[in-house]
Ligand binder design. Structure first.
Ligand code: FES
Ligand code: FES
Length: 161
């Protein structure tokens, strides 16, 4: 076991971790932050997306020990300080960007990373950015629409699902 210390959603945490313990296991099982999901065992679905030092990372592809000293943000850290939904979360709700919701935390984390780097993405850029996120329910249209709306753009021209 190795002692690891990182900041998660603004709070410093220290825990003993196994050498092969994945960041997603650490978040879900040690910290009980179960909004970060596991949807595959092939690093393809993006349900486990979190931010590590401001970059979106699939938490199933990183060992917890590799996050030593890092700033980690999970979906539980994405709401506003008063507990209300963030702009992106609200847009997913307003534009029906989810059905079962299993992919949604990863989608929101991915969208937030996109809008940080590209505040007014085109529809094509949004679709390209989401290539690492799989959704089994929505057909993606309303997810794209939600992200475009969160960026303050007109979504009237985007086809509805
Ligand atoms: S659980 Fe990480 S990519 Fe699917
Ligand atoms: S809403 Fe069900 S997997 Fe995306």
């Amino acid at each position: 076991m190795t002692e690891v210390t990182m900041t998660v959603n603004g709070k410093s945490v220290s825990r003993a971790v196994r050498g092969n313990e994945l960041l997603v296991e650490f978040l879900r099982e040690q910290l009980r932050l179960t909004g970060t999901h596991v949807g595959c065992d092939t690093s393809q679905c993006g349900a486990c997306n979190v931010h590590v030092n401001g970059e979106v990372v699939k938490a199933c592809t990183m060992f917890a020990a590799e996050a030593q000293g890092a700033e980690v943000t999970t979906i539980e850290g994405m709401a506003n300080a008063d507990g209300s939904l963030s702009t992106i979360q609200q847009a997913f709700q307003d534009h029906h960007g989810l059905q079962c919701g299993f992919c949604t935390p990863g989608m929101v984390m991915s969208a937030a990373a996109l809008l940080k780097d590209n505040p007014k993405p085109s529809e094509a850029e949004v679709r390209h950015h989401l290539q690492g996120n799989i959704c089994r329910c929505t057909g993606y249209h309303n997810i794209v629409k939600a992200i475009m709306a969160a960026s303050g753009q007109d979504v009237g021209a985007i086809a509805a699902e």
